[in-house]
Design a binder for this molecule. Sequence first.
Ligand code: ADP
Ligand code: MG
Length: 324
Amino acid sequence: MSAPDGLLLEVNDLAMRYAVRRRSPFEARRYVHAVNGIDIRLRHGETLGIVGESGCGKTTLARCILRLLEPTRGRIVLNGRDITHAKGGELRAARRDMQFVFQDPYASLDPRLRAVDLVREPLDALSTLSRAEANERAIGLLEKVGLTRAQAQRYPHQFSGGQRQRIGIARALALNPKLVLADEPVSALDVSIRAQILNLMAALREELGLSYIVISHDLAIIDHVCDRVAIIYLGRIVEQGEVADVFNRPRHPYTQALLAAVPHHDPRQRRRAAEIVGDLPNPTAPPPGCTFHPRCPKATDLCKRVAPQTTTTDGHDVACHHPD
Ligand SMILES: Nc1ncnc2c1ncn2[C@@H]1O[C@H](COP(=O)(O)OP(=O)(O)O)[C@@H](O)[C@H]1O
Ligand SMILES: [Mg+2]
């Protein structure tokens, strides 16, 4: 079943909080609001980038969408089906449609399994293929990501980092997912092979009609592979839109500062935006009003008191009292 409006994924007001472990039973209960009211709409075949500093909630957001975590608030609709609190068979069906590519291809592959077994594992668990069929499909997938039939019989330690990430991608594709979430898919890899993996992902997207959510702190990677981008600060999206719009005409001071920190070849982009000062605030006690205000060069009294609403102009969202 496909959603009538062509949306593959819709996320409304998603929130996820973690209880902070208390040192004593007399201490007040505190929470980290890791994801705090996020809205996302992803069309079939589209690639959305998620950008933000370490600790801003990117991985938690991905794990909620994949329903590895159950969110504390909000709604996740995949292909017209509400999966926010799905269980049992409904959850298994959703899991077939969404797969994860991990950051670290060294830690995420079981060293005792051969490449072919690693790719076959999800087929054995969730498909009705016979053993021989699953084997052939696994080898076919490994070939599709650029490995050979002979390499399919090797163990993870016999591969380079880039090759291991190829195995991770083949494994993610085993069940014909519609959506692949990739959390920092190339940041553990050598700079020289990052482009190869990103190009492979782009080619597979074309060939298989996939949609991606790509998490990265590297704006160049987002620029290279994404159609749209969402900028996250302390569990909230502060700006979202087409990559070209957001990167060429950033409207939020935080996005401007992120872009200013990137060495740029285009002199128009060497903008006057201030560098971001200070660290991400303590997430158990976020600042009142706009949570970015303590680090924002434009902050006014209003920003200190009132959280900004998101406004949209030509499909470009921004949550700021003083956007450009
Ligand atoms: N299992 C957990 N228990 C408690 N706090 C967590 C847990 N996982 C993440 N956090 C906290 O939630 C916030 C967001 O983390 P995370 O989603 O990993 O961010 P990112 O992927 O952007 O670095 C951080 O403050 C982190 O310390
Ligand atoms: Mg993370």
